[in-house]
Structure formats: structure tokens, C-alpha cells
Design a protein around this ligand. Sequence first.
Ligand code: ADP
Ligand code: AMP
Length: 213
Amino acid sequence: MKLLITGRPGAGKGTQAVNIKEYYNIPHISTGDMFRAAMKAGTKMGLLAKSYMEKGQLVPDEVTIGIVEDRLSEADCKDGFLLDGFPRNLAQAEALDKFLTKNGIKLDAVLDVNVENSVLVRRMVGRRVCKNCGATYHVEFNKPLKDGICDNCGSPLVQRPDDTEATAVNRLAVYDEQTAPLLDYYKKQGILKTVNGDQSFDKVFEDIKAVLK
Ligand code: ADP
Ligand code: AMP
């Protein structure tokens, strides 16, 4: 399975990616996670990404496209992958197509997890992530067993710095302006599969499996 998962910020891409990765046994490649790892490691690229991420803006294409191409060239992506959060604008989508064609790779599907804007700020502001293993929770919709502690590894849960209300609103605007046109782009390629992301966690995954059958 060679897949992309797309959708507005907070739609549940990362949450469903955990299920998809396990079910189809493919690596999950999230550009957001890669930038956060680079920030944590304090690399030059991490510092650069931070200055964009904290404002809710897109990290420049020349950086983003390069890290995705490098990652897709690794051996574990040979038989499949799930790209999450990339591409996010037309230039990235075209660069990805060029890379895929050059390497004889064909995408099986682009999954669009569709959730209306009104739900999403609440989802983002209430999101909590494990500092250690990256597991995602929500203060209302997916509470850990013990407040503020990861069920998987017992580490503290934190709020992403870009999950403030103001930044979340800005990220939604960036999506509408730059990422939404990609739906048409992939529809024209005949590989767009839309699922309703405003349902229970399990139902969303059931629908994903059904459209990928
Ligand atoms: P994305 O990767 O698309 O930004 P996440 O998967 O991190 O989104 O989900 C954003 C927040 O919404 C998280 O706190 C997550 O627990 C919560 N969430 C995800 N899917 C659902 C759902 N189906 N119903 C309610 N909350 C959800
Ligand atoms: P995410 O984890 O997908 O919500 O992404 C968090 C932030 O990382 C975004 O708001 C951007 O600043 C940056 N980012 C992630 N993916 C991309 C991308 N494909 N292009 C540019 N910036 C990105």
C-alpha cells in the first residue's frame, strides 16, 4: 500500500495513521513529526522549521521536499508507505509526482479525512501528546487512564506549542488557501478517497479500511 493521508489540521490523520501503519504494516512518514524530531535534536533544520511552525505557517518547500524524498528513498518504503501531512501545497504535490514517476512508484490512494472547521479548533487545543513516545490523546475525546500521563509508557503528556487557539485558526486558514486545492488535483488523478472524520475513532478506521478494499 502506497498511501497519502490528508485533511485539515486536527482532522485525525495522525490518530488514524497509527491504525493504518499497523494494519497494512507500512511505515508512517509524518513531516510534522520529522520537523518536531529535528527541533528536539536542535539541528539547523529544526531551528528553521520552528520559526514557521510556531506561527502556523508552512516550512519552505525546498526543505520539506528534500526530507520527504530522502525518507522515501530508504529501504523500508520499498513495499509501501503512508505519507501524512505531505504534500501541503501544489508545488509539493508536483515535486512528489515527479519523484514517484522517476522511481517507478504509483500511489494506490489519497485518503482525505474530512472534518468541518467548527470542530477542529477544539480538537487541536485539547490535543495532548506524549513527550516520549508521541502517542496522541485528547482532554475530552480520548483521555488517558491517568490525567497527564501516557498509557503506553508512563511519560508526561504535553500540549504542542502550535496547538493554541490563535495558531490553530491560522493553520486552518493556511489549509484552505494552500492545501485544499490538492483535493481536486488528486480527484483528477482518480485516486482520492474521502472518509467522514467526524465520527468515533473506530468508525473512521472502519470507513478507511472499506474505501481501501
Ligand atoms: P491531525 O494529525 O490530523 O492533526 P490528530 O490525529 O492529532 O490530528 O487528532 C487531533 C486531536 O483530535 C487529537 O487530540 C485526537 O485525540 C483527537 N481526535 C482524533 N480523531 C478523533 C475523532 N474521531 N473524534 C474525536 N476526537 C478525535
Ligand atoms: P502537523 O504535525 O502535520 O500538524 O504539522 C505541524 C506543522 O509542521 C505545520 O503547521 C507546518 O508548520 C509544518 N509542516 C508539516 N508538514 C509540512 C509540509 N508538508 N510543508 C510545510 N510545512 C509542514
